[in-house]
Design a protein around this ligand. Structure first.
Ligand code: CMC
Length: 430
């Protein structure tokens, strides 16, 4: 690096000055935007391991220190002192709301919780055994067919309405996907309930019985939403930004994010982690699974372990582990075999040379499934709950991109390694 503000790149006999951008926190960033025009070369970084795709003011992660901040506030403080809708406000508008702003925001979200009645027909077209994520991708995408008055991305007011609609309606859609999968009637939102209680009510109440939401469980649910609310430029958020960069409407972009989140290396890991813990079953079988995870000829990975960015610990996993203990205690579930396997697996893996050397630690998905299962959710609902929590993060990032005058359509380059130019051969001659 030549000095603090430029770096010099030497290619054969030519030298190029690259500006060095200074973030508020984190490593410096080499600005290569003009490199192709000046030097006729591309850079190569599959998986974006060293590439910043945008600038952002929303979330910061220090993977070495195990820190996560939303708009500068550490996740531990928000999980302990704030609540999800306040966190939504913070992510969307940049600062914590005062009492009046909070009340107004809550009122706006609450007024949008119902979905268009005709959307019920959409659900009825799906097989009952469809995965709720499959239903969610389709129904959230279909929102653009119902809410035409908030699809013009160039109108700030329409962007705002679409944001509120998504935050308000995605939990309703997730709960409907669940109810449909178990053959129970849809439960309409109850606007006197807080966000988390309303979701629990829509999932677990039935018309035949009165259902009273346990405030302690609602608090645990709310904390799960908060811990998942945003995570800077992960795969699904980058998908939302990429989809949005072409000018696609916000409902289509969020549907794309949900599709990406579904994969087991991303949001699908919470379902996969609990299924793995159940499959291991007893503590004595852990070494067998540790050996499988280390075996390069075996595709098995310890689900809920490892992270692209966290190389010390995942601060969300720490809060989630404490929450798991609290919830099981609250529900009077003692000696839960899955939790026992989880705790022992964590202990063994954290001492194992392979995991230590590769800096593999439990991530947010390792303990969340235990809490969700104890609350009564089937494993298929774990990823939809992640999706509804992350919706606000996706929207905040999408809005930031749309408002950024420097934003361009996302269009990566490639390193072509296919055939050279060749002439077409007639079929008889092949
Ligand atoms: N079990 C065993 N080995 C692992 C694991 C694991 N869970 N994770 C990574 N490794 C190994 C990997 O095989 C590689 O070994 P080598 O260097 O010998 O080839 C090394 O560790 C580096 O891993 P990587 O796959 O190159 O790392 P990545 O940054 O590309 O992937 C990850 C990160 C999260 C996709 C990966 O750790 C993984 O698949 N974990 C299991 C799935 C999971 O829990 N995902 C949830 C992530 S947190 C929530 C979210 O983002 O949605």
């Amino acid at each position: 690096m030549a000095d603090a503000t430029t770096a010099t790149l030497k290619i054969n006999d030519s030298e190029y000055e690259l500006p060095v951008l200074r973030p508020t926190e984190g490593p410096d960033v080499l600005d290569i935007r003009k490199l192709y025009g000046q030097a006729d070369v591309f850079t190569y970084d599959p998986g974006f391991t060293s590439t910043a795709s945008c600038d952002s003011t929303i979330t910061f992660i220090d993977g070495d220190k195990g820190e996560l901040w939303y708009r500068g506030y550490p996740i531990e403080q928000l999980a302990a002192k704030s609540h999800y809708l306040e966190v939504c406000y913070l992510l969307l508008y940049g600062n914590l709301p005062n009492a009046e702003q909070m009340e107004d925001f809550e009122r706006r979200v609450t007024r949008h919780t119902m979905v268009h009645e005709q959307m019920h027909n959409f659900f009825r077209g799906f097989r009952r055994d469809a995965h709720p994520m499959a239903t969610m991708v389709a129904v959230v995408g279909a929102m653009s067919a119902f809410y035409h008055d908030s699809t013009d991305i160039n109108d700030p007011w329409q962007r705002e309405v679409a944001s509120i609609r998504l935050i308000a309606k995605v939990p309703t859609i997730a709960a409907m996907a669940y109810k449909y999968s178990i053959g129970q009637p849809f439960v309409y939102p109850q606007n006197e309930l807080d966000y988390a209680s309303n979701f629990l009510h829509m999932c677990f109440s039935v018309p035949a019985e009165k259902y009273v939401v346990d405030p302690a469980l609602a608090r645990a649910m709310d904390r799960i939403f908060t811990l998942h609310a945003d995570h800077e430029q992960n795969a699904s958020t980058s998908t939302v930004r990429l989809a949005g960069s072409s000018g696609a409407n916000p409902f289509a972009c969020i549907a794309a994010g949900i599709a990406c989140l579904w994969g087991p290396a991303h949001g699908g890991a919470n379902q996969a982690a609990l299924e793995m813990l159940r499959e291991i079953g007893t503590v004595d079988r852990i070494p067998e699974y540790i050996a499988k995870a280390k075996d390069k000829s075996d595709p098995f990975k310890l689900m809920g372990f490892g992270h692209r960015v966290y190389k010390n610990f995942d601060p969300r996993a720490k809060v989630m582990k404490e929450s798991a203990d609290e919830v099981l205690d609250l529900l009077g579930i003692h000696n839960n075999p899955t939790l026992q396997v989880a705790k022992e697996l964590e202990k063994i893996a954290l001492e194992d040379e392979y995991f230590v050397e590769k800096k593999l630690y439990p991530n947010v998905d390792f303990y969340s499934g235990i809490i969700l299962e104890a609350m009564g959710f089937p494993t298929s609902m774990f990823t939809p709950i992640f999706a509804l929590s992350r919706t606000v993060g996706w929207i905040a990032q999408w809005k930031e991109m749309i408002a950024d005058p420097q934003a361009k359509i996302g269009r990566p380059r490639q390193l072509y390694v296919g055939e050279g130019k060749r002439d077409y051969i007639d079929v008889a001659a092949r």
